[in-house]
Design a protein around this ligand. Sequence first.
Ligand code: ATP
Ligand code: MG
Length: 634
Amino acid sequence: MSSDPSAPTPLPAPAPALTAVEIAKASTEKMAENPKRYFWRLLGYILPYKKRLIFGILAGVAAGVSNGILLLVLKSVFTIVLPVGAGEVRPEVYYPFADIPVLTNFEIRRPDIAEWIFVLIVCLSIPTLLLIRALFQFIHQYMMLWINLNVVHELRRQCFGNVMRQSLSFFNVIKQGDLIQTVSSQTNSAAAASSQLLSALIQNPISIISIFAMVLIMDPLYTLGAVVIFPLCLAPVILIARKVRKAGGKEEEAAGGQLVTMHESFSGVRLIKAQGREQYQTDRFVEGSLRLNRFVMRSRKAVELATPAVEVVGSIGISIGMLYAWKSQINPETFLTLNLGLMSIYPHVKALSRVQLQMHKCAVAARKVFGFIDATPEVDDKPDAVVLERCRGDIALHDVVFSYVPERRALDGVSLHFEAGKRYALVGHSGSGKSSLLSLILRFYDVDSGRIEVDGLDIRDYTQQSLRDQIGLVSQDTFLFHDTIEANIRFGLLGADREQIERAARLAHAHEFILAQPQGYETVLGDKGCTLSGGQQQRLSIARAILRDAPILFLDEATSALDSESERAIQSALAELSKGKTVVSIAHRLSTVLDSDEIVVLGEGKVIDVAPHATLLERCPEYQRLYQLQYSQS
Ligand SMILES: Nc1ncnc2c1ncn2[C@@H]1O[C@H](COP(=O)(O)OP(=O)(O)OP(=O)(O)O)[C@@H](O)[C@H]1O
Ligand SMILES: [Mg+2]
């Protein structure tokens, strides 16, 4: 959105009591509480487009008023045209609005032209007015859509941006399908509903008032009679709206569930195939799809019932009206116009009756969207955080305690010192806290107590970005984007040129297999890197880390997916690369870390011992067990 630099400044946010995670999990009913304040906040997003808004509203008002004028035109056309059909002689002067007090003397004089031309011109006034009304209507819709799209864009931008800022603990608990639904479609629902609401609340009342005023003046008694019958027409609509509302909320929920199933099925396709669970997943999907259909059907059924119900009740009203017309000898053109007018009120009333439903939908969606926009990440930069320039790579942990879930400590009183430029290894059983330790230094999570220092300063005093810029990470699970191989490596250092990328790929022993791909470095990888083997994917992620050339290097099982030969080759490349860097590697295969300066033995979140290989082998029983376990295996 480029046109408005003073991008929407939302009204002061009603601080939600729920965290982003809670909002993501909350039910539709809970979400719909206090809908008005979300509507007000959405208005704050619309207000920056004041000029267009006013213009759009004026066009809407004009379109509404032209409904009333249309009735007047119709009446004068009837007055001029209908008597001919009745075999009357055409008078020279017409008083079409003789029954409307203020317009009693309004006259249409027949000009000196052929009669049929005159009648044709009179008749053409209807399409002309409809054209004008359509034009206003178009401007109104256009402006509203324009505003709507800009609001959607702004909501999406804020929502996605803030979701990306959230810490890993948020992503650990949230379902990705839900997240996608909120960012892509709930933003849409919120914005669309709000601008539709605005439109409905402006245009419909004006149309209703202008039409109603006309018919009331023409025949007060008839109109008032209709007013009595009208609520009867609305009764079914009101009853039905209640049903629609319930089904509507469930519909959104079911649609979200569908997205979650789809997302999990597609991203977990390897597992599904390996376990032969294609049918199982398909059944789950089909079940969800049917559920969704049931809710859609329920709300549609109600909506579709509304129209015939109203027509039947309305036609009874018209029958009574006929009786009245016969009794009071009302003239045909007035009768026609009255009924046309009263009937044309209906769609506007119907639209107004939908307002509550829309508000509900809007509130549910807005609540979720604003929840994500307002959520503060658990790990956040301090206001006065400093930028960590190229660091030495000295890392110290002081009595660090950390747990993912309250009861179980993943790290328990860990104190360690990784000196700059040395190579360390973390060993220990699965679940002993090795990866967690690296995550803490990367500040994916904040410690519960104790502190971590890099170059002598608490990492919470640095900006997260600058801290992570100093760390190259090859993690346990490789992730590749659906993009070219080149772009995937460049992700480590966005400004890198082709030469640097190739150099990194060579060091990671990836250059050869990359060239063997159909388009070399330009080959686009399938989703999740399907076209590469596990080892090849790992080498790409090593190349990424090499390219980053950061003073600290974390290798979490970096070579686990490689065969011994390429592992040895990469080990030597990594050894070359890690000169002068602080390296912390995690490896299940002890052979790859034997030459580390120091090896840290972890057990159940505690440091058991720290020493070089030979010393550990002598004095640490836990290490001896690990070592023997591997020795006996090989
Ligand atoms: N995202 C998470 N949420 C909750 N608990 C977690 C999470 N990640 C790890 N844990 C728990 O924290 C403990 C330490 O896990 P961690 O991943 O650090 O082990 P690890 O030593 O790296 O194991 P491995 O060798 O299998 O990779 C484990 O008990 C694990 O269950
Ligand atoms: Mg791990």
